[in-house]
Write a protein that binds this ligand. Sequence first.
Ligand SMILES: [Zn+2]
Length: 306
Amino acid sequence: MAQFGMPVLYALLVWWFSTGAIIYLDSRPRPTFRWSMLGATVLLAASLYGLVASSDDATIGGAYVGFSCGILIWAWLEMSFLLGFLTGPRKHACPAGCAGWHHFGHAIQAVLYHELAILLGAALVVTATWGQPNQIGTWTFLILWGMRQSAKLNMFLGVRNLSEELFPAHLQYLTSFLRKKRMNLLFPVSVTASTVIGVLVLESGLAAEAEPFMQTGLTFLATLVALAILEHWFLVLPLPATALWNWGKRSRAAGEDIAGAPESRGAVLAVARQPGRSVRAGALAAHRGRSLPGALRARARRYRAP
Ligand SMILES: [Zn+2]
């Protein structure tokens, strides 16, 4: 069982630690961002080198290197987005009532540079390992990409937990592209499709008895899919899932904590910047977890009452 247990444990640790590390760095004061990004870029260069160097290494060690490099390359993209270096040309929130395809276009504009960087990253990773026996790093990257894209679409369409507290103050405007809703129609499709993919990968891993490299590599990929499915469930289940990374949030300076404090600077500023919205109404809506128009209507009703 160790041939499966070790990669599962390693993937779990890498997932938990890298997520927390990104939250930690992204919660630190803004002047530290360029140094964090510089450090991440050094790691990115090392990972690209590692990916190329291990691409002809179809051994257990090669699978570990490929998987780690795939994760680190993805982590650079996540960091460049969350630290605000690569987002999109649209850097302000949408007014209340902005919806439909028009609003979807706004959401794409808000993350356009990030999406283009991912495309470029994918092309780089695929080219770097093209025709080589060790594709674990490439598949790691592609799974992360696909699952993250699905999570983003689900958050745009509406989910229960948006984990706004993980959005740093400088990205609070992005929460205007997310919706709070019990469920959306894409969610069951996302979870079903990814579960089928996860089971197929797991089956191939279990069937690859004679090939320790494939066994290890496919176990990494199956664990990654399982974790991404878990993250999807975190979006809709009433669980305080981000508590898993409370240690990462500790670097947030006092007064910058957005968690559970809707009147905090970031949330208020994001709302205040939108025309036609009062700061108090925004804070009120955020506080009650309601949509802004809903909160405004409630307020109007209260004022009309004799
Ligand atoms: Zn819009």
